[in-house]
Design a protein around this ligand. Sequence first.
Ligand SMILES: C[S@@+](CC[C@H](N)C(=O)[O-])C[C@H]1O[C@@H](n2cnc3c(N)ncnc32)[C@H](O)[C@@H]1O
Length: 272
Amino acid sequence: MSFRTNRLACLTTHALDSDRTTQINCGGQKLKVTGILQASVLTLIFFAAFSVLTASAVSEEGSSPPSIQQAKTPPEREAFRQELLRELEEYAKTHSTWNVPRTDGQFLRILVESCKIKRALEIGSSNGYSTIWIGMGLERSGGKLITLEIDHGRAEMCKENVKKAGLEKVITGMEGDALKVIPTLKGPFDFVFIDAWKPDYKKHLDTVMPRMPVGVVIAAHNAIRMASSMRDYLDAVKTDPRFDTVFLSTTMRDGFAITYKKAEQSSPGRQR
Ligand SMILES: C[S@@+](CC[C@H](N)C(=O)[O-])C[C@H]1O[C@@H](n2cnc3c(N)ncnc32)[C@H](O)[C@@H]1O
């Protein structure tokens, strides 16, 4: 693009330096332009050509718009959010944000969108990386997310990133200890993502239980690599007859315990 633009600039400068009359072929008519008029016409041609070339270069490269407000179409919004997620991945390389791997984020998005989740809860937002993935799925399913973070700095970053992603109508970020905040929430939730301190997972399960109807899906992160730190949680979701639980990995290194609540009562008669 810069090569073509430079050539145009050279041609324009060359023409402006010349005292000679210039002929312009306009729809078969030959127009003669001289002096000031020649300078104005050539300058206009240069700026028009520059605008067209700039616009075509942006669309050829598929660049994201500078802000979510300037993204007018769904593909532009997607491009902007992917750029933001890439920035957060770079940030995580030098900061302790403990974000899920990209493929786990993609999986969370697919899960909430395909299950048509309406009311989701995330325990452990950090700076909002997984939050944004879940929020993108919920935007398509017409759902809402409440995300909880105990650390003030990370809760603030989460709110900021949610705003940057243009998902503030879908996601509500709340600062506080989930074990204290959840009893104040209305519920019910049809999707719960647990990604907080591992030994607390069972306490989180017990706290959310009154707000989890039959049909809820619970995704517990790090359930393979850090299984020993959440043994009581895994024992509960594997042995309680109200639940079906499977382990799932998108990375082959770690993954989720995915739990489905299939019955309200712990009656063995309802067990599949
Ligand atoms: C593994 S990080 C979450 C990463 C995030 N889900 C992501 O993928 O972007 C765990 C977060 O849980 C938060 N946390 C731990 N215990 C918590 C609690 N009881 N209530 C709320 N947040 C908690 C921590 O401060 C930390 O930021």
